[in-house]
Design a protein around this ligand. Structure first.
Ligand code: ATP
Ligand code: MG
Length: 635
């Protein structure tokens, strides 16, 4: 019996039970039957969860690019591996076959080697969403260098911090990047960052925008001439299962970004398995994940997961609003996308726009639509389901983290019945538990608690780069022996999970624990509301009271805000209960968000408290200017 693909709900339970009773057999069989190894492992898993010491497939030898590319060449050499859709819809899309990808990655690998990059070296990749980004990542993996991708929307300061922390010796960047109507001067940002980064000896520069740039003698080299000279034959480095594959920094929604380290074999097995099952991937499906490759979602579900399955994956350079708000839908029609995977922030933004944008395009190639990054509120879920999925595509609300490497709790498309706002069941192999305040595991259903995972899974991060103590303290100390996710969740009567928000954001009002997600959900149900964020602020009687920041839809109609406040509180009373009513409301034009699109609640909390200083690390903020506006308008 193969465990690689779950075919129906009954089988899900079978596989799930097997994965808990015999995790070694379960993952061992999956690893053995679906991947190429130079040498098998000695032990499937060894761990000490109190020391945060976990090893999967130790003793095995492999190269992940052999699995992503080489092994497909016989059967799928001429199949499209990557569809590149440029920022400008008038620029032609590129179809890169597996053969071509192999060639490109080998050439790039040879360039890296010639430039002195060795196994274990860190290479910082700061590129826009162009094929070279994928090629650079895979070339690092080919030669055993550790890639550290930094989202190309980050400032020079944020980039410098990450280069310094990872001690990267090389940066791969481009002259610039296209994003909507803007051109971003990436090379200039790199130059500024490198003033503070003595570890970097080489900068490889891709030409994309033809912007004039400074090339520093002895350090900066145009990439293309090197590629032209390079051989397209490159022997893959033989890696140990537990050799680091990459470092990736978390979004920084809750504090300083953490450099999560993912290792080779476990990450490979986990992303391949989760991709296949969550999206119910079938040969010839076209997969489009709209995340940037600079986030874990892009690593796992634009690159590694799809390529490991020999899939066709879309890399989209642009933004959803350029040239207009129909861009996503146009791309789906154009490339006949089968699985469309995006984030609640994008869904909410597009749902605010006219429906004609969606209705203009044929979306009937879609089979599965997915969401990740934040709790998806009920209204957004329905909009996505009704207008994008046309009520026939399962919506996979996938809960996971940079730290988990891959999807942990999610419906399996066509198998798990979906339920709005619920991430539903943990995937096979994922032992999710809820913990109470006294650190006891909460048994049974219809319960609420802190979400932990009590057994290792192959895709989990192994450490924080250069700071194992922080890794241990952050994730393994609150609930000894368990991985603590930092998120709160409830488990409904059938065992479905709903993520209610960060545990740190839970607000205790008159002794009741309130998660932010269900309250925001209720607020967003109001027809005039586009988006909202709720935080607590100190209150003499209740301990804490609720402060709501609300963005209104641009309906054009002028409403009485006093009435709106009353109506919104009525919605909360109806959906959650009177205990969760807002004490204060502030109508705002935007919310502080990370560059990955998440609301930074810690800043909103400070403002609600009237404490306008000490916002902590805000380098990952997309719209810092909004802070002042909200501050000034606070009553
Ligand atoms: P940092 O850890 O630096 O504060 P971050 O937690 O935002 O940043 P990520 O790893 O990108 O960094 O995000 C993971 C978090 O995103 C989860 O812990 C969870 O809070 C939220 N999340 C992701 N997917 C979902 C989902 N489907 N439903 C609810 N929440 C989600
Ligand atoms: Mg986090």
């Amino acid at each position: 019996m193969s465990y690689y693909k779950v075919d129906n709900l009954e089988q899900y339970f079978k596989h799930y039970n097997k994965s808990i009773r015999e995790p070694r057999k379960f993952w061992g069989k999956i690893a053995e039957e679906n991947f190429t190894w130079y040498q098998p492992w000695d032990k499937v898993v060894e761990f000490d969860m109190t020391e945060a010491d976990v090893q999967w497939f130790a003793g095995a030898k492999l190269n992940v690019t052999k699995n992503c590319i080489d092994r497909h060449l016989n059967k799928r050499g001429e199949k499209t591996a990557i569809i590149f859709e440029p920022n400008n819809p008038d620029e032609e899309a590129l179809h890169i076959t597996y053969n071509e990808l192999h060639q490109r990655v080998c050439k790039m690998a040879n360039v890296l080697r010639e430039q002195g990059v060795k196994k274990g070296d860190r290479v910082c990749i700061y590129l826009p969403m162009i094929p070279e980004l994928a090629v650079a990542i895979l070339a690092c993996a080919r030669i055993g260098a550790i890639h550290s991708v930094v989202f190309a929307g980050f400032s020079s300061k944020a980039l410098a911090t990450r280069i310094i922390d990872s001690e990267s010796k090389m940066v791969i960047t481009s002259d610039g990047g296209f994003r909507g109507s803007k051109t971003i001067e990436l090379k200039e940002i790199v130059d500024e960052a490198l003033q503070k980064c003595p570890s970097v000896s080489t900068v490889l520069v891709v030409k994309r925008t033809n912007t004039a740039v400074n090339m520093k003698e002895g350090r900066d080299i145009w990439l293309q001439p090197l590629l032209d000279e390079a051989s397209d034959n490159s022997v893959a480095e033989i890696m140990d299962a537990e050799d680091p594959l990459f470092i990736l920094y978390t979004s920084g929604s809750t504090g300083n970004p953490k450099g999560m380290v993912h290792t080779t074999a476990g990450y490979m097995v986990f992303t391949a398995y989760t991709f296949k099952n969550v999206f119910s991937y079938e040969e010839n499906d076209v997969h489009w994940c709209t995340a940037d490759i600079g986030w874990i979602t892009g690593h796992s579900y634009i690159l590694y997961g799809p390529l490991l399955n020999g899939a066709t994956t879309v890399i989209f350079e642009g933004v959803p609003s350029y040239p207009d708000h129909s861009r996503f839908w146009q791309v789906i029609e154009k490339h006949k996308v089968s699985q469309f995977y995006t984030a609640p922030t994008a869904i909410r933004a597009l749902a605010k726009e006219k429906l004609e944008y969606v209705q203009k395009y044929q979306l009937n190639s879609l089979k599965v639509i997915g969401s990740v990054g934040e709790p998806i509120n009920e209204e957004a879920w329905h909009w996505f389901n009704d207008h994008v999925g046309n009520k026939k595509c399962p919506v996979v609300d996938t809960w996971w983290q940079t730290e988990t490497g891959g999807i942990m709790i999610s419906p399996l498309a066509f198998i798990t019945p979906t339920k709005p706002t619920y991430a539903t069941f943990p995937l096979p192999g994922i032992q999710a538990v809820l913990m109470d305040d006294k650190r006891n595991e909460i048994e049974g259903n219809q319960v609420v608690g802190s979400l932990c995972i009590k057994f290792p899974w192959p895709g989990m991060a192994r450490t924080i780069w250069n700071d194992h103590q922080r890794y241990k303290d952050t994730y393994f100390s609150q609930y000894p022996g368990k991985y603590f996710t930092g998120d709160g969740a409830l488990r409904d009567e059938v065992g479905y999970y709903r993520i209610t928000g960060r545990v740190d954001d839970v607000i205790i009002v008159s002794g009741h624990n309130l998660g932010t997600a269900p309250i925001e959900d209720a607020i967003n149900e109001h027809p005039a509301v586009a988006e909202s964020a709720v935080v607590g602020f100190p209150h003499d009687v209740k301990g804490n009271a609720l402060y709501g920041y609300v963005i209104l839809k641009e309906t054009g109609e002028i409403r009485n805000k006093e009435n709106l406040f009353i109506e919104i509180n009525q919605h909360i009373t109806d959906h959650v209960g009177p205990i969760a009513k807002l004490d204060k409301i502030q109508f705002v034009s935007g919310l502080p968000k990370t560059r990955s699109g998440k609301i930074m609640r810690r800043i909103l909390r400070k403002i609600a408290e009237g404490n306008f200083t000490d916002y902590g690390d805000t380098s990952t903020l997309l719209n810092p200017e909004i802070i002042e506006e909200i501050q000034n308008e606070k009553k």
